[in-house]
Every structure is written in structure tokens, then in C-alpha cells.
Design a protein around this ligand. Structure first.
Ligand code: C5P
Length: 238
């Protein structure tokens, strides 16, 4: 499957986003709006990006009681985003409620956004998971457990490390989406990420989409960095 790398727009202001996007000469991108940008600029940033012709993954990682998540998802769906997410740790009922919210918020005749769940953050180490979350099983087992729970709840896939994608697909099927952040081309700064992978390795391991932030947003030449990563991810520059 040929897909565009999803660019994480981890900026504080709309003008920073616009300055960054201006280097792409109007090319239609798949961008990710996370909590930094959304909390400081509100839903208007999403409307703005959609009007510019970009696909939007609204990465707000909802984790609350089912009723609250359902109602929030219904509202977010009205923004006509392409992908939304929750934390799998919120449980099956919460994930089902999230999907109900999406289905009820999608206007008739429109495609509903994909809904995926975060398993374990790619910044979480096995030691931190065991000591801080008191999860005694190996990290991979926890990730697979969450992935199966996500599938049982009727969601489209998970956010996970590329290093986990193959095992997840083995346990859920090839249609189940594995959206993988923690992507670092060889030679780039790792930052706070722990379970990282190169774009090519992510492809080999069966990732459905890669999410790339700082290796593109902080690059001296973001367009060149995007093109290189896209090429490494798809094998060809498309
Ligand atoms: O800059 P970098 O490439 O590390 O950005 C990764 C993006 O993916 C960030 O926006 C981060 O919030 C997001 N993310 C992640 N790990 C997850 C879920 C989302 O890094 N499990």
C-alpha cells in the first residue's frame, strides 16, 4: 500500500504551521494535529488545514468515561477529519462508545474517519511500563493485548511502534491498521522516543502509515526531508 508519511504538526501557533506548510508549494499532505496545536488554537486549526486540502489525523488520544468520549467524538467528527484516536487503556466500553460517537457524527453519505487506539506510547520503555503502570507482562504482550481489545471493540487499528506491527498483524489480520510514530531515518536525532524504527524498516515490518514529526519539522530543508522519508517509506518517490 502506497501512503504518504503523516507529518506531525507539533507547533504552537497557526503562523508557525503556515510557515512550515508554505515550503510544500500547495502539495496535498496527510498531517497530524496533536494536543499542542489543538489546545492552543482550537477546532479552527483543523478547519483551516482541511480548507487547504490536507488530510487530517486529529491525535487527541481521548481517555475518559464512555459517555464523555462518545459525545466528544461526535463533535470532533463534525470537523470532517480523516483519523481520530483514543487510548486503548480506556477499555472496550470506552472504545465502543468512541466508535458510536463517530458513527452518529458522520453526516449521511460522508466517509467516517478511521478510529485507532494507542497501545503503549512509543516513549514508554518496558521498565517504565512495569514499574509505573504495574503491568507485569512483557511490553509486546501488553501491546498485543491492547491491539486485540481494540479490534474486539470494532476499531480500525492501533498506534504502535513499527517494531510491533508484524506481531500485531499476525494477531489481528492484515486489514488492521498499524500507524507507527517513533520514526527516525538513520542519522537523525532520537529525542524522547524509545522504540524507534527507520521508514524502510517500518515498511518491512508491515506498518500501514508512518507518523513523522521532528525529522521533518526541525529539518533545515523540511521538503527535502519529507521527500527522502517518503521515498524510503514507499521505495519510490510518489
Ligand atoms: O517528532 P516525532 O517524530 O517524535 O513525533 C511523533 C509524533 O507522534 C508526536 O506528535 C507524538 O505525539 C506522536 N505519538 C507518538 N507515540 C504514540 C502516539 C503518538 O510519538 N504512541
Amino acid at each position: 500500500m502506497i501512503t504518504r508519511p503523516i507529518i506531525a504538526l507539533d507547533f504552537a501557533t497557526v503562523s508557525q504551521v503556515d510557515a512550515f506548510l508554505s515550503t510544500f508549494n500547495g502539495e496535498s499532505l496527510f498531517v497530524k494535529v496533536g494536543i499542542e496545536l489543538f489546545y492552543q488554537n482550537g477546532p479552527a486549526i483543523v478547519t483551516h488545514l482541511k480548507q487547504l486540502g490536507h488530510d487530517v489525523f486529529l491525535d487527541l488520544k481521548l481517555h475518559d468515561i464512555p459517555n464523555t468520549v462518545q459525545r466528544s467524538m461526535k463533535g470532533l467528527t463534525a470537523l470532517e477529519v480523516d483519523m481520530l484516536n483514543v487510548h486503548a487503556a480506556g477499555g472496550q466500553d470506552m472504545m465502543e462508545a468512541a466508535m458510536e460517537g463517530i458513527l452518529s457524527g458522520t453526516p449521511t453519505g460522508k466517509k467516517r474517519p478511521k478510529l485507532i487506539a494507542v497501545t503503549q506510547l512509543t516513549s514508554t520503555t518496558p521498565l517504565a511500563m512495569q514499574q509505573e503502570q504495574l503491568i507485569a507482562v512483557p511490553l509486546m504482550e501488553s501491546v498485543i493485548h491492547y491491539a486485540k481489545l481494540t479490534q474486539l471493540a470494532g476499531l480500525d487499528g492501533v498506534v504502535c511502534s513499527a517494531l510491533e506491527a508484524r506481531k500485531i498483524k499476525e494477531n489481528t489480520g492484515k486489514e488492521f491498521l498499524c500507524v507507527t510514530p517513533g520514526i527516525r531515518p538513520t542519522g537523525t536525532d532520537v529525542g524522547d522516543q524509545k522504540r524507534i524504527s527507520t521508514p524502510a524498516m517500518a515498511k518491512k515490518e508491515g506498518a500501514s502509515y508512518i507518523v513523522v514529526g521532528r525529522p521533518i519539522t526541525q529539518a533545515d530543508d523540511p521538503l527535502a526531508a519529507y521527500r527522502t522519508i517518503k521515498e524510503q517509506w514507499n521505495g519510490v518517490d510518489k
